[in-house]
Design a protein around this ligand. Sequence first.
Ligand code: NAD
Length: 252
Amino acid sequence: MPRENRLQGKVAIITGAASGIGAAAVDLFTAQGAKVIANDIDADALERRHGGNPAVVRVARDLTDADAPDAIAAAAIAAFGKLDILFNNAGIAPYDPYLEQQPGAWDRVMAVNVSAVNRMTLAAVPHLRQSGNGRVINTASVASQQAAPALSAYVTSKHAVAGLTKVQALELGPLGITANYVQPGFIVTGMTERYVETAPPGEIDYWRNKTTVGRLGEAIDVANAALFLALDSSNFINGTGIKVDGGASIKM
Ligand code: NAD
């Protein structure tokens, strides 16, 4: 990965960092000169994925634990003395048909995908406002605007992430912090790899052909959008979503 140092001197927290989009963002941000606090609930995967990267401090915590957001923010200050970028990326998407919802599934999705984003941001803001160019980047989805079957909690949670980010933009903008969200389409990651491996013939072609570019998305595609939002030069972009779906959602 070419090192261009576009994040030289920056400190970032990236959640959901052991896999998929978060892991790619850790690689990209550190290749660009940032120091990163990499959070994930899966300690082993976090170690396997980032154990060899000297610019990374790993914090294995479940974001929904009451004290986790403060502990993660404190880790950034203890390790690097500051915080510039918060990439709230962790998320879950359990398959859960609407009329057969599993007990607890709805609450868990809301806790991880929405409440943790809110609580992690509140823990980070006192430090982000010292940055002068603070950044909150939330991972939403094309499901912030569209619906998919058997994902009622997920779709609802991602609509909520879009709304929450807009309020964050309104109220944090005057503090020198922008808040935006990325909207991945179909991306091959830990979340989707089982489906990619087991989908009936033709289904993956459907998703590939739904894009305008003839390929499925990769984690680095979304990480690149997060990097763009993290740059100092993006400081007039606030409260908006960036679709990273190969153009799939513009097609009728
Ligand atoms: P992934 O499963 O590869 O990575 C998600 C990571 O989040 C995992 O490592 C997981 O352990 C971690 N995580 C889950 N719960 C956590 C918790 N409570 N505390 C800390 N970490 C936790 O999936 P991904 O596709 O890279 O997902 C990243 C984000 O992208 C999610 O918010 C997801 O909703 C969003 N997204 C993904 C797609 C896609 O097609 N893959 C599409 C749209 C949006």
